[in-house]
Design a protein around this ligand. Sequence first.
Ligand code: PLP
Length: 383
Amino acid sequence: MRENFLPFSKPSISEAEIEGVARVLRSGWITTGPKTAEFEESFSRYCGARGSVALCSATAGMHLLLKALGIGPGDEVITPSMTWVSTVNMIVLCGATPVFADIDRHNLMVTAASIEPCITPRTRLIVPVHFAGAAADMDPIRRLCADRSITLVEDAAHAAGTEYKGEKIGASGTAIFSFHPIKNITTGEGGMFCSDDAGLLDAIRRLKFHGLGVDAYDRRSQGRSPQAEVLEPGFKYNLTDIAAVLGLGQLARLDAFIARRAALAARYRELLAEVEEIAPLDVPAYAMRHAWHLFIVRLDTERAGMSRNAFMDELKKKNIGTGIHFLAAHTQKYYRESRPELLGTLPHTEWNSARICSLPLFPAMTEEDVDDVVQAVKEVLKK
Ligand SMILES: *Cc1c(COP(=O)(O)O)cnc(C)c1O
C-alpha cells in the first residue's frame, strides 16, 4: 500500500508563479488592474475569443449572464442535472426554472436529442456542459438553438484548452470557464467569460463591477475614474491582479498540463481495460481535443457487490483520494424536496450519479501513482 495519501487533484504552482504573485503584492496595485487586463487578452488570444472578462468565479459568470439576459420568473433554462450545482442554484436564485435534459449514458453530456424535448415557449437559455475536458457535440445543439432563437451558453468550467472540430471552446459563441483549484488551470478562485457578442461582453463588464460604465481599472486613468457613475445596479465579481498574474503563468503551461493529463489518462485506460467492474467514460468519436480535466469511471455496483460510496471509502483506506463529479443536482436535498416530481425522470443521469467516481488525475502525478491507483482498485475489488 502507498505510504502517503494521493489526492484526486492538486494544482501545479511553479516557483516563478509564486514570485509573480509576490511581485504584484509589492507593486502597490493588487486588485483588478494591468495583470487582469493582460490575462483577459492572453486568454482571448489562446482561445481565439473576441473578448474575455475575468471574474471571481464561473458561478459569478453564470449569475451575471442570467442578469444580463434578464432571465427571471416564468423563464426556463435547460441544463443537465449532471453538473456542478452552481448553475442550477443561479437559475433558481434569479427566479427562473431549471429544466433538466438527460445525458448520454457513456460520456455524461447533453445532446441535441436530449435537449429538444425539454424546449417549451418559455425556454430562454440552454447551457450544455463540456464534461470532464471532452467537448459536447455542439453543431447539432447550435442548430437547435439558432432555429428557435434561443440563447446558447457553454459551461466550459472543465474545458480550458478543449477543442471541438479544430476550434477551441470559447472561440465562437459564449463560454464560461472556471479557475477553481481543481480545474485545468487555477487562479485560486476565478473564472473567465468569453463571447463573440460585443454587447453581451459590455453588459458583463458593467455588471461585474457595481454597474459602473468602467472597469475596476482604467488604463488611461491608471485606476478607476473617480467620476464614474452607476448605470445600473451591479455586482462585485471582479478578479484581483494577485489572482490574474497566477492565471497568466498557468495559461502559459496549459498545453503542457493537458499533454501530461492525456498521457496519464491513456495509462489508466490501458491498465483498467482488464478490470470488468470499472468502466471509464467513452471518448466521443467526433473531432475533438480532450483536455482530460477529470478521469471518471463508473463502478458496476451489481458485479462488484458494493456501492460506489463503499468503493470510495475502501480506496481512501488505501491512501487513494477520489471525488464525485457530480451528484445529480435534482437528487440533492433542496431540489429533491422542492421538485420531487423530477426523481426517476432522468434515467442516464441517475444511473451515473450513483456509480461515477473520479480517480486521481493532475499534472504532477507519476506513472507509479497511476499504477498505485489501479493496484488499489484491484485490491478493493478483491482481484
Ligand atoms: C467548477 C464548476 C463550475 C463553477 O465554477 P466556479 O469557478 O467554482 O464557480 C460550474 N460548472 C461546472 C461544470 C464546474 O465543474
